[in-house]
Design a protein around this ligand. Structure first.
Ligand SMILES: CC(C)(COP(=O)(O)OP(=O)(O)OC[C@H]1O[C@@H](n2cnc3c(N)ncnc32)[C@H](O)[C@@H]1OP(=O)(O)O)[C@@H](O)C(=O)NCCC(=O)NCCS
Length: 464
């Protein structure tokens, strides 16, 4: 009773019926309006940041060595990112929740199935695990914003036929920018305290349209341009598979999981950081997300899922499906000796197997235990880490998210690996755009780290 009384004192909105208690000590807003729920949280977070800056602004979070400065800024804690946090040993947590926890807690399309990404979007935006009604209201809100303007289809049709799907995605997103509500509001002199509102609107408009755009790229590039209408009875993630032309129930579940787990991986990875950096110049969500996507298109980042499949196809062509561990070892060594990386293994921050890999492996074991490509992938898990450890330089020899995603897609007939990074990119919008809204709500400034010349570094170390 005392605990409930304390809760009521702490949370006036609970007394007013705007929030409900969930679990032990948890609170959840009752509104099914995502923007209203977000708006309610912003003032307290603004205060929290102000206090942090005022009381602790001069304290050190870490230092920067010469190695870090010339080594891709590894490990320098120099960015605020609210939607997720990566632990090197444990993997990603979205707003404090691990992937297995979210598979339990987030609303699902079917009993015992995978979470729907709309629930994750609510969580990323508000920090609260949504109810089924709240997730369903996001599905409906996105459905209402999903129509893609005709000119975007014309832009896609005008591309060179060999244009990579990721280039098509970035181009299509840029062509949507003409409708940016933030750009229009900025031009008309909006007060900066209100920026988050049109950034939220742009972000929702863009997320809503991405499945239709991605599916159009897929159908244009590989299926002769015959487009499939969205289904009014499907959720956002499942509709993406449906519009690509895939209706198998397992495929829809796989797409929900895929779109959930690729959404966010804290702020320092290339796609998130690029989106954040460009957004910090007050470039609108279309411009900043497009920048993120051109970063995701790099083979050391998102394109690795395409590279994994190509590499596995090479293995199968050269050795066949009945490959032994010894043959596999030889193949891995041959890859390394030819100066290439083993795609799907290693990570800049993680030092253990990626939980996004693990949950896909669990899905595969459940839905496709005898699929040869799954068995090959499972064998890689036994073979590759020891070899990478033997090189003596790879900091994380274990598989990452990209080592498994292609196998699931292949199983359901999505065989065109050059499209895989687009699916990653659609999901990534949920994380980077949610953070983009918070960046404007918190009034984060333009990003401008200091760079040094080699001579300047030499001078500083000589003085130290
Ligand atoms: C992800 C990745 C870019 C991280 O890079 P990083 O932070 O520099 O990784 P490390 O600090 O462990 O790199 C140290 C060395 O090991 C090498 N290395 C790391 N992962 C490797 C891999 N999977 N295969 C072969 N070599 C690898 C690096 O290329 C580097 O070699 P160098 O000193 O000769 O330049 C790297 O692991 C990689 O290229 N993996 C394969 C691509 C991939 O799967 N990307 C998707 C990531 S989610």
């Amino acid at each position: 009773m005392r605990a409930v009384k304390g809760l009521l004192q702490a949370a006036p909105s609970l007394r007013e019926g705007l929030i409900e208690a969930v679990g032990v000590g948890g609170l959840r807003t009752l509104t099914t309006d995502l923007k209203a729920s977000l708006a309610e949280k912003i003032p307290a977070e603004q205060e929290r940041l102000k206090k942090l800056k005022k009381e602790h602004g001069s304290k050190e979070l870490g230092s920067c060595t010469v190695e870090a400065a010339i080594g891709g800024m590894r490990g320098i804690p120099a960015m605020l990112w609210e939607t997720s946090l990566l632990d090197a040993e444990e993997g990603i947590r979205f707003r404090g929740h691990s992937i297995p926890e979210l598979q339990e807690k987030l609303p699902k399309a079917k009993e015992g199935g995978e979470p729907i990404p709309e629930g994750l979007l609510w969580l990323l935006m508000t920090g609260e695990v949504p109810s089924s009604e709240q997730a369903a209201s996001v599905t409906e809100m996105l459905r209402q914003r999903s129509k893609v303007p005709d000119h975007v289809y014309r832009v896609l049709a005008a591309q060179h036929p060999n244009t990579h799907p990721m280039t098509q995605l970035a181009t299509a997103v840029l062509s949507l920018q003409v409708d940016s509500k933030f750009a229009a509001a900025y031009r008309s002199g909006m007060h900066k305290s209100k920026y988050w509102d049109p950034v939220f609107e742009d972000s929702m408009d863009l997320i809503a349209k991405l499945p239709t755009i991605a599916a159009a790229i897929y159908r244009n590039t590989y299926k002769g341009g015959d487009l499939v209408e969205a289904s009014s009875s499907l959720d956002w993630g499942a509709n993406l598979a449906h519009m690509m032309g895939f209706t198998d129930d397992g495929c829809l579940e796989m797409m929900r999981l895929y779109q959930t787990i690729h959404a966010d991986h804290e702020g320092g990875n290339v796609s998130a950081h690029a989106t954040h950096l460009v957004g910090s110049a007050l470039s609108d969500p279309y411009l900043s997300y497009a920048a993120g996507m051109t970063g995701l298109a790099g083979p050391l980042h998102g394109l690795a899922n395409q590279e994994v499949l190509r590499w596995l196809t090479d293995v199968r062509q050269q050795v066949g499906d009945d490959v032994t561990k010894e043959q596999m070892r030889e193949f891995v060594w041959a890859t390394l000796k030819s100066g290439k990386v083993v795609p799907g293994f290693g990570h800049a921050v993680l030092r253990k197997t990626d939980p996004r890999y693990t949950c896909q492996a669990v899905f595969a074991r459940r839905h496709m235990p005898d699929y040869p490509l799954y068995r090959l992938t499972a064998m890689l898990y036994d073979v590759v880490p020891d070899i990478l450890k033997e090189t003596g330089k790879v900091k994380n020899p274990y598989p990452n998210v990209d080592a498994h995603s292609g196998v699931l897609l292949q199983y359901y007939g999505i065989t065109e690996e050059s499209f895989y990074t687009v699916l990653f990119g659609v999901s990534r919008a949920l994380g980077v755009l949610s953070q983009g809204v918070w960046s404007r709500a918190l009034g984060l400034p333009i990003e401008r780290p200091k760079s040094l010349t080699m001579a300047a570094i030499e001078q500083r170390v000589a003085q130290a």
